[in-house]
Structures are given as C-alpha cells and as structure tokens.
Design a protein around this ligand. Structure first.
Ligand code: PGA
Length: 255
C-alpha cells in the first residue's frame, strides 16, 4: 500500500518572521504524535533556513515553492535547486497553478525545473489541474494529459519514481469549493493510468498523487480515503497548526 503524504504550501505567508517562528513552534507540538504520515511544509524562500532549523530532528520535511533551472550565474532574483538543497530542503513544488497563471510558467518550464530538482536530489511535487472553463468545456482530461506528458517528458523510470504529482483543479484553489471525492478520484485514477501508459504500471502504482484545492479537516477523510488519493497539498489550512494537524490526523487514521 502507498503511504499518505500531507504537504503544506504557505504561499506568500506569513509576512512577519516572528509569525513564521510561532507557526513552526505550534506545528512541531501539534504534529509530534503523528509518525506514519509523510509531512512537509513549504515556506517562502526567505524562511527556508529558519524552518529547516525549527524542524530539525522531527519527521517534518521542508520544501521550497519554486526554483530556477540554472544552477548558478547571472540570473538576478532567482534561486537554484542546489541552493534549496543546501538550505536543508527535501522537496520543491513545481508548476503550481498560481505560477502558471501569474508568472508565465509553461509545461516546458515545468520540465526544466523538474529536471533541475532531480539533478540536485530534491523531490519535485509537480502540480497539474484544469481551470473552471476547461472543466466546463469538457477538455479537463486533455489539459491534464498534456501537462503530464509535456511536463514530465523524457524522464527515466528511476527519475520519475521520485516525482510526486499534485492534482489541483484551479477552480478549487483558495475558493472554498472542493472537488467532490468522486470527481477527485476520477481524475487521480486517470492520472495514474496515464503514468502507467507513459512510464510503467509498476512505477504508476508506486507514485504518490496528492489532491489540492480547499482541503480542510472537515473534508480530508472523504478525499484521502479515495483509492488513488495519496495525500494533500494544503494551502490556506496549512497556515494554522490546528487545521493542518487535523488533516494529518485524518491521513494517519487511514494508514
Ligand atoms: P488551498 O490551496 O488549500 O488554499 O485551496 C491549495 C494550493 O494551492 O496548493
């Protein structure tokens, strides 16, 4: 059986360093009882050092929210995979819909970033998902298929087995609207079939596919109990220790 993985995406929060330290302290206390679920927290770049330090000697891993694919050089304002690795991180989120929507991320840049992450021994969490318009016009599977086929093109089986996929329907992110467990499961099953077709059945069976989009303690059990939903990428609810711990607790009960 695949394990469960709950990752928190802090996005552009919190602004204040003290608030971030307080959140880490609370998370450390609230998450201490959970030993079976894989847990990660992804703060903004400036918090990576502090958060890694705060979670040292815990089972809470740390991830970045983005990276640039060049390792070093004249790329003002960018952060590379080896820098993230040397800050102590295990994971990096790639191709989040907010990056696609506001910062021009494409399936090709997702591929370049994923390649750079793997080269630096970071585990990429690659995000895919359709917009409301794409769902309503019935092209949701085509969109997700292209994101997977293009974004993960050319990786070996050894490389792809390190990738975590996050299915995040754009219309469910930060809106309070969640995909129903059946809608989410249908897409997760489709993604797993696609991974089996592009890579292999045994790789697809082992890969973790997370759901993201307004996951909270109240809906976590229904979503996480679906056969192909292996965890959650949590935005808003990851900024409060109680709600994030509530989601981890739901995962823990299902393992
Ligand atoms: P949300 O964000 O939980 O606030 O909807 C999820 C995400 O964007 O990863």
């Amino acid at each position: 059986m695949r394990t469960k993985f709950i990752a928190g995406n802090w996005k552009l929060n919190p602004v204040d360093g003290q608030q971030a330290r307080d959140l880490c302290r609370q998370l450390k206390a609230r998450l201490a009882p959970f030993s079976k679920t894989m847990i990660a927290v992804c703060p903004p770049f400036v918090g990576l050092g502090m958060v890694n330090e705060a979670f040292r000697d815990t089972n809470i891993a740390v991830g970045a929210q983005n990276l640039y694919w060049e390792e070093t050089g004249a790329f003002t304002g960018e952060i590379s995979a080896p820098m993230i690795k040397s800050a102590g991180c295990t994971y990096v989120i790639i191709g989040h819909s907010e990056r696609r929507q506001y910062f021009g991320e494409t399936n090709e840049t997702v591929r370049l970033r994923t390649q750079a992450a793997l080269k630096a021994d970071l585990l990429p969490i690659v995000c895919v998902g359709e917009t409301l318009n794409e769902r309503e016009s019935g092209v949701l599977k085509e969109v997700v298929s292209e994101q997977i086929r293009e974004g993960l093109r050319g990786f070996s089986e050894a490389e792809i087995s390190k990738v975590v996929v996050a299915y995040e329907p754009v219309w469910a992110i930060g809106t309070g609207k969640t995909a129903s467990p059946a809608q989410a499961q249908e897409m997760h099953q489709y993604i797993r079939e696609l991974l089996a077709e592009v890579f292999s059945q045994s790789i697809a069976d082992k890969m973790l596919i997370l759901y993201g989009g307004s996951v909270k303690p109240e809906n976590a059990t229904d979503l996480l109990s679906q056969a192909d939903i292996d965890g959650a990428l949590v935005g808003g609810a990851s900024l409060k220790a109680d709600s994030f711990a509530g989601i981890v607790s739901s995962a823990e009960e299902l393992i």
